[in-house]
Design a protein around this ligand. Structure first.
Ligand code: ADP
Ligand code: ASP
Ligand code: MG
Length: 401
Protein backbone atom coordinates (compact mmCIF):
# COMPACT_ATOMS: atom_id res chain seq x y z
CA UNK A 1 0.00 0.00 0.00
CA UNK A 2 1.42 3.36 -1.04
CA UNK A 3 0.94 6.72 0.67
CA UNK A 4 -0.02 9.53 -1.69
CA UNK A 5 -0.28 13.24 -0.91
CA UNK A 6 -2.69 15.06 -3.22
CA UNK A 7 -2.97 18.85 -3.19
CA UNK A 8 -5.85 20.73 -4.80
CA UNK A 9 -5.72 24.49 -5.47
CA UNK A 10 -8.48 27.05 -5.21
CA UNK A 11 -10.00 26.65 -8.68
CA UNK A 12 -10.11 22.90 -8.22
CA UNK A 13 -12.49 23.26 -5.24
CA UNK A 14 -14.26 26.47 -6.26
CA UNK A 15 -17.85 25.15 -6.11
CA UNK A 16 -19.98 22.09 -5.34
CA UNK A 17 -19.27 20.34 -8.63
CA UNK A 18 -15.53 20.85 -8.39
CA UNK A 19 -15.54 19.63 -4.79
CA UNK A 20 -17.27 16.41 -5.82
CA UNK A 21 -14.85 16.11 -8.74
CA UNK A 22 -11.97 16.27 -6.27
CA UNK A 23 -13.71 13.87 -3.90
CA UNK A 24 -13.98 11.34 -6.75
CA UNK A 25 -10.26 11.69 -7.61
CA UNK A 26 -9.43 11.05 -3.96
CA UNK A 27 -11.91 8.17 -3.74
CA UNK A 28 -10.41 6.49 -6.81
CA UNK A 29 -6.91 6.85 -5.38
CA UNK A 30 -8.12 5.36 -2.12
CA UNK A 31 -10.01 2.52 -3.85
CA UNK A 32 -6.84 1.66 -5.76
CA UNK A 33 -5.46 0.61 -2.38
CA UNK A 34 -3.56 3.73 -1.30
CA UNK A 35 -3.45 5.78 1.86
CA UNK A 36 -4.30 9.36 0.95
CA UNK A 37 -3.50 12.67 2.60
CA UNK A 38 -5.22 15.59 0.87
CA UNK A 39 -4.18 19.24 1.14
CA UNK A 40 -6.61 21.91 -0.02
CA UNK A 41 -6.56 25.66 -0.62
CA UNK A 42 -9.35 28.13 -0.09
CA UNK A 43 -12.14 27.99 -2.66
CA UNK A 44 -11.78 30.10 -5.82
CA UNK A 45 -10.96 33.72 -5.05
CA UNK A 46 -11.70 33.40 -1.33
CA UNK A 47 -8.26 34.56 -0.18
CA UNK A 48 -8.41 37.65 -2.42
CA UNK A 49 -11.94 38.38 -1.21
CA UNK A 50 -10.81 38.16 2.42
CA UNK A 51 -7.94 40.56 1.69
CA UNK A 52 -10.48 42.95 0.13
CA UNK A 53 -12.69 42.66 3.22
CA UNK A 54 -9.79 43.65 5.46
CA UNK A 55 -9.11 46.62 3.19
CA UNK A 56 -12.67 47.82 3.80
CA UNK A 57 -11.76 48.13 7.47
CA UNK A 58 -8.20 49.43 7.40
CA UNK A 59 -5.35 50.19 5.03
CA UNK A 60 -2.87 48.88 7.58
CA UNK A 61 -4.21 45.70 9.20
CA UNK A 62 -2.27 44.01 11.98
CA UNK A 63 -0.32 41.10 10.53
CA UNK A 64 -1.60 38.79 13.24
CA UNK A 65 -5.25 39.58 12.49
CA UNK A 66 -4.61 39.26 8.75
CA UNK A 67 -3.41 35.68 9.22
CA UNK A 68 -6.33 34.96 11.55
CA UNK A 69 -8.63 36.11 8.74
CA UNK A 70 -6.93 34.43 5.77
CA UNK A 71 -6.65 31.05 7.47
CA UNK A 72 -10.44 30.79 7.55
CA UNK A 73 -10.61 30.18 3.78
CA UNK A 74 -8.85 26.83 3.93
CA UNK A 75 -10.98 25.75 6.89
CA UNK A 76 -14.11 26.02 4.76
CA UNK A 77 -12.56 23.87 2.02
CA UNK A 78 -11.44 21.02 4.30
CA UNK A 79 -14.86 20.71 5.91
CA UNK A 80 -16.75 20.76 2.58
CA UNK A 81 -14.38 18.30 0.88
CA UNK A 82 -14.56 15.94 3.85
CA UNK A 83 -18.37 16.08 3.78
CA UNK A 84 -18.28 15.26 0.05
CA UNK A 85 -15.97 12.30 0.67
CA UNK A 86 -18.28 11.04 3.43
CA UNK A 87 -21.23 11.52 1.09
CA UNK A 88 -19.45 9.20 -1.37
CA UNK A 89 -19.00 6.67 1.42
CA UNK A 90 -15.30 7.36 1.97
CA UNK A 91 -14.14 7.48 5.57
CA UNK A 92 -12.43 10.86 5.98
CA UNK A 93 -11.56 13.52 8.54
CA UNK A 94 -10.54 17.17 8.17
CA UNK A 95 -7.67 18.72 10.12
CA UNK A 96 -6.62 22.36 10.35
CA UNK A 97 -2.94 23.17 9.88
CA UNK A 98 -2.35 23.18 13.62
CA UNK A 99 -4.22 19.91 14.19
CA UNK A 100 -2.00 18.44 11.49
CA UNK A 101 1.08 19.59 13.41
CA UNK A 102 2.36 22.58 11.41
CA UNK A 103 4.59 24.64 13.71
CA UNK A 104 5.98 27.79 12.13
CA UNK A 105 8.17 30.76 12.97
CA UNK A 106 6.61 34.09 13.91
CA UNK A 107 6.68 35.83 10.52
CA UNK A 108 2.98 36.47 9.94
CA UNK A 109 1.90 36.27 6.27
CA UNK A 110 5.20 34.65 5.25
CA UNK A 111 5.79 32.11 8.01
CA UNK A 112 8.20 29.24 7.53
CA UNK A 113 7.51 25.73 8.75
CA UNK A 114 9.80 24.95 11.70
CA UNK A 115 8.49 21.53 12.70
CA UNK A 116 5.81 19.17 11.50
CA UNK A 117 4.41 16.76 14.11
CA UNK A 118 2.64 14.08 12.14
CA UNK A 119 1.28 11.91 14.98
CA UNK A 120 -2.33 12.95 14.49
CA UNK A 121 -2.22 12.52 10.71
CA UNK A 122 -0.59 9.11 11.13
CA UNK A 123 -3.10 7.96 13.72
CA UNK A 124 -6.00 8.98 11.45
CA UNK A 125 -4.38 7.12 8.54
CA UNK A 126 -4.03 4.10 10.80
CA UNK A 127 -7.81 4.26 11.32
CA UNK A 128 -8.19 3.94 7.55
CA UNK A 129 -9.33 7.49 7.05
CA UNK A 130 -8.49 9.87 4.26
CA UNK A 131 -6.97 12.88 6.02
CA UNK A 132 -7.92 16.26 4.58
CA UNK A 133 -5.51 18.97 5.76
CA UNK A 134 -5.90 22.75 5.45
CA UNK A 135 -3.00 24.14 3.42
CA UNK A 136 -1.30 27.50 3.93
CA UNK A 137 -1.65 27.63 7.72
CA UNK A 138 0.22 26.83 10.91
CA UNK A 139 0.72 27.89 14.47
CA UNK A 140 3.64 29.82 15.95
CA UNK A 141 5.25 29.41 19.37
CA UNK A 142 2.66 31.69 20.97
CA UNK A 143 -0.10 29.44 19.61
CA UNK A 144 -1.14 32.16 17.18
CA UNK A 145 -2.29 31.35 13.66
CA UNK A 146 0.20 32.05 10.87
CA UNK A 147 0.03 31.70 7.10
CA UNK A 148 2.81 30.61 4.77
CA UNK A 149 2.52 33.26 2.03
CA UNK A 150 0.46 33.26 -1.16
CA UNK A 151 0.44 29.88 -2.82
CA UNK A 152 1.55 28.34 0.48
CA UNK A 153 -0.69 25.26 0.24
CA UNK A 154 1.85 23.79 -2.19
CA UNK A 155 4.42 24.06 0.60
CA UNK A 156 2.06 22.40 3.10
CA UNK A 157 1.64 19.48 0.71
CA UNK A 158 5.35 19.00 0.05
CA UNK A 159 6.13 19.29 3.78
CA UNK A 160 3.59 16.55 4.55
CA UNK A 161 4.93 14.36 1.75
CA UNK A 162 8.47 14.76 3.09
CA UNK A 163 7.57 14.19 6.76
CA UNK A 164 5.35 11.18 6.03
CA UNK A 165 7.85 9.73 3.49
CA UNK A 166 5.00 9.62 0.99
CA UNK A 167 5.45 7.60 -2.17
CA UNK A 168 4.02 10.37 -4.36
CA UNK A 169 3.15 14.05 -4.11
CA UNK A 170 0.63 15.22 -6.69
CA UNK A 171 -0.15 18.91 -7.16
CA UNK A 172 -3.52 19.14 -8.92
CA UNK A 173 -4.27 22.51 -10.49
CA UNK A 174 -6.26 24.26 -13.22
CA UNK A 175 -3.71 23.75 -16.01
CA UNK A 176 -2.28 20.47 -17.28
CA UNK A 177 1.22 20.93 -15.91
CA UNK A 178 4.18 23.26 -16.06
CA UNK A 179 4.42 25.05 -19.40
CA UNK A 180 7.14 27.01 -21.17
CA UNK A 181 5.19 30.15 -20.20
CA UNK A 182 1.86 30.89 -18.54
CA UNK A 183 -0.52 29.02 -20.91
CA UNK A 184 -3.28 31.52 -20.17
CA UNK A 185 -1.16 34.36 -21.54
CA UNK A 186 0.88 32.56 -24.21
CA UNK A 187 -1.38 30.14 -26.12
CA UNK A 188 1.66 28.73 -27.96
CA UNK A 189 3.29 27.66 -24.68
CA UNK A 190 4.04 23.94 -24.56
CA UNK A 191 3.71 21.54 -21.65
CA UNK A 192 6.98 20.22 -20.20
CA UNK A 193 7.19 16.50 -19.54
CA UNK A 194 9.85 17.00 -16.92
CA UNK A 195 11.74 19.83 -15.28
CA UNK A 196 14.51 19.82 -12.66
CA UNK A 197 14.05 21.16 -9.14
CA UNK A 198 16.61 23.89 -9.88
CA UNK A 199 14.86 25.04 -13.03
CA UNK A 200 11.43 24.90 -11.39
CA UNK A 201 12.74 26.79 -8.37
CA UNK A 202 13.95 29.60 -10.63
CA UNK A 203 10.71 29.66 -12.64
CA UNK A 204 8.59 29.71 -9.47
CA UNK A 205 10.73 32.39 -7.85
CA UNK A 206 10.60 34.48 -11.01
CA UNK A 207 6.82 34.58 -11.22
CA UNK A 208 5.46 31.28 -12.59
CA UNK A 209 2.82 30.84 -9.90
CA UNK A 210 1.96 27.26 -10.87
CA UNK A 211 4.15 26.15 -7.94
CA UNK A 212 5.07 28.18 -4.90
CA UNK A 213 8.86 28.65 -4.76
CA UNK A 214 9.22 27.48 -1.16
CA UNK A 215 7.44 24.26 -2.02
CA UNK A 216 10.05 23.57 -4.69
CA UNK A 217 12.85 24.49 -2.29
CA UNK A 218 11.48 21.95 0.17
CA UNK A 219 10.91 19.31 -2.51
CA UNK A 220 14.54 19.64 -3.58
CA UNK A 221 15.82 19.53 -0.01
CA UNK A 222 13.94 16.32 0.82
CA UNK A 223 13.98 14.94 -2.72
CA UNK A 224 10.18 14.79 -3.01
CA UNK A 225 9.36 14.21 -6.68
CA UNK A 226 6.36 16.35 -7.66
CA UNK A 227 3.73 15.68 -10.26
CA UNK A 228 1.86 18.78 -11.46
CA UNK A 229 -1.42 17.70 -13.07
CA UNK A 230 -4.86 18.93 -13.98
CA UNK A 231 -7.78 18.26 -11.66
CA UNK A 232 -10.10 18.55 -14.68
CA UNK A 233 -8.43 16.64 -17.55
CA UNK A 234 -6.93 13.28 -16.62
CA UNK A 235 -3.84 13.55 -18.85
CA UNK A 236 -0.16 13.20 -17.92
CA UNK A 237 1.25 16.33 -16.31
CA UNK A 238 4.78 17.49 -15.52
CA UNK A 239 7.26 15.71 -13.25
CA UNK A 240 9.54 17.93 -11.17
CA UNK A 241 12.65 16.04 -10.03
CA UNK A 242 16.38 16.21 -9.38
CA UNK A 243 17.55 15.27 -12.87
CA UNK A 244 15.78 15.06 -16.21
CA UNK A 245 16.60 13.36 -19.48
CA UNK A 246 15.28 16.04 -21.77
CA UNK A 247 18.22 17.02 -23.97
CA UNK A 248 18.50 19.88 -26.35
CA UNK A 249 16.01 22.24 -24.78
CA UNK A 250 17.96 25.40 -24.19
CA UNK A 251 15.24 27.31 -22.35
CA UNK A 252 12.61 25.62 -20.19
CA UNK A 253 10.45 28.64 -19.63
CA UNK A 254 9.76 32.36 -19.67
CA UNK A 255 8.30 33.95 -16.54
CA UNK A 256 6.93 37.36 -15.67
CA UNK A 257 6.69 38.97 -12.26
CA UNK A 258 4.75 42.19 -11.74
CA UNK A 259 5.45 42.15 -8.02
CA UNK A 260 8.55 44.34 -8.30
CA UNK A 261 9.47 47.79 -7.07
CA UNK A 262 12.80 49.38 -7.96
CA UNK A 263 14.30 51.51 -5.21
CA UNK A 264 17.12 53.87 -6.09
CA UNK A 265 19.43 55.81 -3.81
CA UNK A 266 21.37 58.41 -5.75
CA UNK A 267 24.59 60.08 -4.59
CA UNK A 268 25.46 57.94 -1.60
CA UNK A 269 29.05 58.29 -0.33
CA UNK A 270 31.45 55.92 -2.16
CA UNK A 271 32.96 54.42 1.00
CA UNK A 272 33.38 50.90 2.48
CA UNK A 273 30.38 49.52 4.39
CA UNK A 274 27.75 51.42 2.43
CA UNK A 275 26.02 48.36 0.96
CA UNK A 276 26.24 46.58 4.30
CA UNK A 277 24.46 49.45 6.06
CA UNK A 278 21.69 49.72 3.48
CA UNK A 279 20.97 46.01 3.09
CA UNK A 280 21.31 45.04 6.74
CA UNK A 281 18.64 47.65 7.46
CA UNK A 282 16.29 45.92 5.00
CA UNK A 283 17.19 42.47 6.31
CA UNK A 284 16.20 43.57 9.82
CA UNK A 285 12.79 44.45 8.41
CA UNK A 286 12.50 41.02 6.79
CA UNK A 287 12.48 42.58 3.31
CA UNK A 288 13.88 40.43 0.51
CA UNK A 289 16.14 42.26 -1.90
CA UNK A 290 16.52 40.77 -5.34
CA UNK A 291 18.47 42.46 -8.15
CA UNK A 292 21.13 44.94 -7.00
CA UNK A 293 22.84 47.42 -9.29
CA UNK A 294 25.62 49.75 -8.18
CA UNK A 295 27.15 52.41 -10.39
CA UNK A 296 30.91 52.88 -10.37
CA UNK A 297 31.71 55.81 -8.12
CA UNK A 298 32.64 59.26 -9.30
CA UNK A 299 33.61 62.27 -7.21
CA UNK A 300 33.22 60.27 -4.03
CA UNK A 301 29.57 59.38 -4.76
CA UNK A 302 27.75 56.42 -6.30
CA UNK A 303 24.20 55.29 -7.09
CA UNK A 304 22.54 52.16 -5.72
CA UNK A 305 19.40 50.54 -7.20
CA UNK A 306 17.70 47.34 -6.12
CA UNK A 307 14.37 45.57 -6.35
CA UNK A 308 12.03 44.51 -3.54
CA UNK A 309 8.51 43.01 -3.59
CA UNK A 310 5.92 45.69 -4.35
CA UNK A 311 4.19 45.15 -1.00
CA UNK A 312 7.43 45.90 0.86
CA UNK A 313 8.33 49.06 -1.09
CA UNK A 314 6.80 51.58 1.33
CA UNK A 315 8.30 49.88 4.37
CA UNK A 316 11.70 49.79 2.65
CA UNK A 317 11.58 53.47 1.70
CA UNK A 318 10.48 54.57 5.16
CA UNK A 319 13.20 52.45 6.82
CA UNK A 320 15.78 53.94 4.49
CA UNK A 321 14.51 57.49 5.01
CA UNK A 322 14.54 57.21 8.76
CA UNK A 323 18.09 55.81 8.78
CA UNK A 324 19.48 57.90 5.91
CA UNK A 325 21.91 59.69 8.21
CA UNK A 326 23.52 56.33 9.07
CA UNK A 327 24.70 55.80 5.51
CA UNK A 328 25.35 59.44 4.70
CA UNK A 329 22.18 60.47 2.90
CA UNK A 330 21.36 60.24 -0.79
CA UNK A 331 18.17 60.79 -2.80
CA UNK A 332 15.77 57.88 -2.32
CA UNK A 333 13.14 57.18 -4.98
CA UNK A 334 10.85 54.25 -5.79
CA UNK A 335 9.58 53.04 -9.17
CA UNK A 336 6.46 50.86 -9.02
CA UNK A 337 5.97 50.69 -12.74
CA UNK A 338 8.37 47.86 -13.48
CA UNK A 339 8.14 44.14 -14.12
CA UNK A 340 10.71 41.39 -14.23
CA UNK A 341 10.82 39.07 -17.22
CA UNK A 342 13.10 36.05 -17.06
CA UNK A 343 14.22 33.01 -19.00
CA UNK A 344 15.22 29.80 -17.23
CA UNK A 345 17.02 26.71 -18.45
CA UNK A 346 19.98 24.59 -17.37
CA UNK A 347 20.89 24.33 -21.08
CA UNK A 348 22.10 27.92 -21.17
CA UNK A 349 25.16 27.01 -19.05
CA UNK A 350 26.80 25.38 -22.05
CA UNK A 351 25.56 27.67 -24.81
CA UNK A 352 26.70 31.10 -25.88
CA UNK A 353 24.42 33.73 -27.36
CA UNK A 354 21.45 33.10 -25.07
CA UNK A 355 21.53 36.59 -23.58
CA UNK A 356 21.92 38.22 -26.97
CA UNK A 357 18.92 36.29 -28.35
CA UNK A 358 16.85 37.51 -25.41
CA UNK A 359 18.01 41.11 -25.81
CA UNK A 360 17.39 40.98 -29.57
CA UNK A 361 13.80 39.87 -28.93
CA UNK A 362 13.32 42.86 -26.62
CA UNK A 363 14.96 45.21 -29.13
CA UNK A 364 12.65 43.90 -31.88
CA UNK A 365 9.74 45.25 -29.80
CA UNK A 366 11.60 48.46 -28.97
CA UNK A 367 11.59 47.58 -25.26
CA UNK A 368 14.11 49.30 -23.03
CA UNK A 369 15.96 47.29 -20.36
CA UNK A 370 16.35 48.99 -16.97
CA UNK A 371 18.30 46.30 -15.12
CA UNK A 372 19.80 42.90 -15.96
CA UNK A 373 20.65 40.02 -13.66
CA UNK A 374 22.04 36.60 -14.56
CA UNK A 375 22.88 33.31 -12.90
CA UNK A 376 24.03 30.00 -14.37
CA UNK A 377 20.52 28.99 -15.34
CA UNK A 378 18.54 32.23 -15.71
CA UNK A 379 18.58 35.73 -17.12
CA UNK A 380 16.22 38.40 -15.79
CA UNK A 381 15.53 41.89 -17.03
CA UNK A 382 13.62 44.71 -15.41
CA UNK A 383 11.48 46.59 -17.93
CA UNK A 384 8.40 48.84 -17.92
CA UNK A 385 5.32 47.00 -16.67
CA UNK A 386 3.27 47.88 -19.75
CA UNK A 387 5.85 46.14 -21.97
CA UNK A 388 5.95 42.91 -19.97
CA UNK A 389 3.37 40.79 -21.83
CA UNK A 390 4.79 41.83 -25.19
CA UNK A 391 8.26 40.97 -23.93
CA UNK A 392 7.25 37.48 -22.76
CA UNK A 393 5.63 36.74 -26.13
CA UNK A 394 8.63 37.97 -28.12
CA UNK A 395 11.15 36.10 -25.97
CA UNK A 396 9.04 32.92 -26.02
CA UNK A 397 8.88 33.15 -29.83
CA UNK A 398 12.63 33.62 -30.07
CA UNK A 399 13.51 30.55 -28.01
CA UNK A 400 10.64 28.11 -28.11
CA UNK A 401 8.51 28.46 -31.22
P1 ADP B 1 -3.81 26.64 -7.69
O1 ADP B 1 -5.01 27.42 -7.26
O2 ADP B 1 -4.13 25.29 -8.20
O3 ADP B 1 -2.71 26.66 -6.68
P2 ADP B 1 -2.45 28.73 -9.16
O4 ADP B 1 -3.36 29.78 -9.69
O5 ADP B 1 -1.67 29.05 -7.94
O6 ADP B 1 -3.29 27.39 -9.00
O7 ADP B 1 -1.40 28.29 -10.30
C1 ADP B 1 -1.89 27.84 -11.55
C2 ADP B 1 -1.78 28.98 -12.55
O8 ADP B 1 -0.41 29.28 -12.77
C3 ADP B 1 -2.28 28.65 -13.92
O9 ADP B 1 -3.66 28.88 -14.02
C4 ADP B 1 -1.46 29.54 -14.84
O10 ADP B 1 -2.20 30.65 -15.30
C5 ADP B 1 -0.32 30.04 -13.96
N1 ADP B 1 1.01 29.84 -14.55
C6 ADP B 1 1.97 30.80 -14.62
N2 ADP B 1 3.05 30.35 -15.22
C7 ADP B 1 2.82 29.05 -15.56
C8 ADP B 1 3.59 28.03 -16.20
N3 ADP B 1 4.84 28.25 -16.62
N4 ADP B 1 3.01 26.81 -16.38
C9 ADP B 1 1.75 26.57 -15.94
N5 ADP B 1 0.97 27.50 -15.33
C10 ADP B 1 1.49 28.73 -15.13
N1 ASP C 1 -5.32 30.30 -0.37
C1 ASP C 1 -3.94 30.74 -0.36
C2 ASP C 1 -3.70 31.69 -1.51
O1 ASP C 1 -4.61 32.02 -2.24
C3 ASP C 1 -2.98 29.60 -0.38
C4 ASP C 1 -2.96 28.78 -1.64
O2 ASP C 1 -3.91 28.84 -2.43
O3 ASP C 1 -2.01 28.04 -1.86
O4 ASP C 1 -2.59 32.15 -1.68
MG1 MG D 1 -1.18 28.00 -6.18
Amino acid sequence: MALIVQKFGGTSVKDRNRIFNVARIVMNTRNAGNDVVVVVSAQGDTTDDLIAKAAEITSDPSHREMDMLLATGEQISIALLTMALQELGVSAISLTGWQAGFNTDRAYSKARIKRLDTERVESELARNRVVVVAGFQGLNRSDDITTLGRGGSDTSAVALAAALHADRCQIFTDVEGVYTADPRKIPKATKLKEITFDEMLELASLGAQVLNNRSVELAKKYNVELEVISSINPVPGTIVKEETNVEGMLIKGVAKDNDVAVISIKNVPDVPGMSFKVFSLLAQKNINVDIILQSSGSEGKKDLSFTVPLGDAEAAVSALNSAASRFGGGEISVDKNSAKVSIVGAGMQSHSGVASTMFEALFSQNINIKMISTSEIKISVIIDKQDADKAVAAIHDAFIN
